[in-house]
Design a protein around this ligand. Structure first.
Ligand SMILES: Cc1cc2nc3c(=O)[nH]c(=O)nc-3n(C[C@H](O)[C@H](O)[C@H](O)COP(=O)(O)OP(=O)(O)OC[C@H]3O[C@@H](n4cnc5c(N)ncnc54)[C@H](O)[C@@H]3O)c2cc1C
Length: 380
């Protein structure tokens, strides 16, 4: 199976080899344990940091790898291909909020430990009654002197269990209805009174990363932690940063789709029914031909998106298309491939079963695919 083709110069190829070796040797062997305990040991984050897998597209002056989104795509691709999910994607997303919106002192304080895997990032937007409709959030941040005092709760927060830095979306002005009253505030959670992360929620897939509720009870945060320095910009800031996360998701989606086709092709050539390999049945070959075609079409589109994103030329509707179409394609391909595995495809010891469970959420988070279609339609 071919990997990323765009601008895979020698630098990117070498980087991919390093990442692939690290993932295979240091991460893959621990997946069953991580899934059982809803996340890796913190030591794994440090190892990933030392190996240069975290914040690869953050400038070196802040401890990052100094690469581009093409480097980030290599990391996402190798992790997803191997079914390794432990929250690094959200961690990087948070780093990009900090990079875009924090002061230089804050960037120097937070980004280097994030790159080393010592400080984990989370982004807390969703609330029990406000997911797609982010304007309806109720978590409040009232100004008191040099502090904000935060009250409320969040849900479905990836990395929440161990996050040391949480970017929280809160209403700084309750009188303003809708998006203009929302701000983003960075919380340093270590020993922070009134802050509490709940137990990992039981999920259908993506078991290796923690997803939790968060509670804020009169949590005091320095006013300087208001990201961007101006109240009421939070909704716009999220809209500016979400495309990055959506493209990350699209990269992982296609990696899984390609991997599903590869391992299913191998499976049906080995498995026999009615005295011959499953691959000799026309239905099997046709299904795989359809899947392979969809994956290849997706590859051309995604590589073009990455190339344009790196060049700063990728428009938002195209990112919404990539997130929507590639995650739908991922789910369709993985489902067809699971079917070709028969009953074994339903057994979680088989990678295709875990892929199926892990894939489903891709159509829901970071803006559901219905919201992606709205974004695309607005551009028409
Ligand atoms: C595993 C996991 C990890 C997550 N990680 C995070 C995280 O780290 N941080 C965070 O803040 N959030 C996170 N989320 C939350 C996620 O972003 C939301 O679940 C998602 O935005 C959808 O919101 P909701 O669940 O409230 O669904 P709802 O908004 O209630 O939507 C329900 C259904 O209605 C549809 N719908 C809603 N509005 C429209 C519309 N205008 N037009 C058409 N259809 C619509 C949706 O597409 C969906 O199908 C995570 C969720 C999961 C499951």
């Amino acid at each position: 199976m071919e990997r990323l083709q765009i601008s895979e110069d020698e630098d990117l190829r070498m980087f991919r080899r390093t990442v692939a070796q690290f993932v295979e040797k240091e991460l893959v062997p621990h997946q069953a344990r991580w899934r059982a305990q809803h996340g890796p040991e913190l030591e794994a984050w440090r190892k990933a940091g030392s190996a240069g897998l975290l914040l690869v597209d953050v400038p070196e002056e802040y401890g990052g790898g100094g690469g581009s989104f093409a480097h980030e795509a290599v990391v996402l691709d190798e992790l997803a291909r191997n079914g390794v999910y432990f929250g690094t994607q959200v961690h990087t997303t948070v780093a990009h909020y900090i990079l875009a919106l924090a002061s230089d002192e804050q960037k120097h304080r937070w980004l280097p430990p994030m790159a080393r895997g010592e400080l984990l990032g989370a982004i807390a937007m969703t609330e029990p009654h406000a997911g797609s409709d982010l304007q309806a959030i109720k978590t409040s941040a009232r100004r008191e002197g040099d502090h904000y005092v935060i009250n409320g709760s969040k849900t479905f927060i990836t990395n929440g269990a161990h996050a040391g830095l949480v970017v929280v979306a809160a209403k700084t002005n309750a009188k303003v209805i809708g998006m203009r009253g929302i701000s983003l505030i960075a919380l340093e959670t270590a020993g922070l009174p009134g802050y509490r992360a709940g137990r990992p929620l039981e999920k259908l897939g993506m078991q290796g990363q923690s997803t939790v509720e968060m509670f804020f009870d009169e949590v005091r945060v320095p006013a300087a932690n208001l990201l961007g320095g101006v109240e009421g910009r939070g909704f716009a800031q999220m809209m500016e940063q979400l495309p990055y996360e959506r493209l990350q998701i699209a990269v992982g989606a296609l990696a899984v789709a390609e991997q599903a086709v590869a391992l299913t092709t191998q499976y049906v050539k080995e498995r026999h029914a009615f005295g011959k390999p499953l691959f000799d049945l026309q239905n099997t070959r046709f299904k795989l031909a359809e899947c392979k075609t969809a994956a290849q079409v997706g590859r051309v589109f995604l590589d073009d998106c990455i190339e344009r994103f790196v060049a700063g030329r990728l428009d938002e509707p195209s990112i919404a298309m990539a997130k929507y179409w590639l995650t739908e394609t991922q789910c369709r391909i993985v489902d067809e491939c699971l079917q070709l595995h028969g009953g074994y495809g339903y057994m979680t010891e088989y990678p295709i079963a875990r892929m199926w469970a892990d894939s489903r959420v891709q159509r829901i988070y970071a803006g559901s695919n219905e919201i992606m279609k709205e974004l695309i339609a607005w551009s028409l």
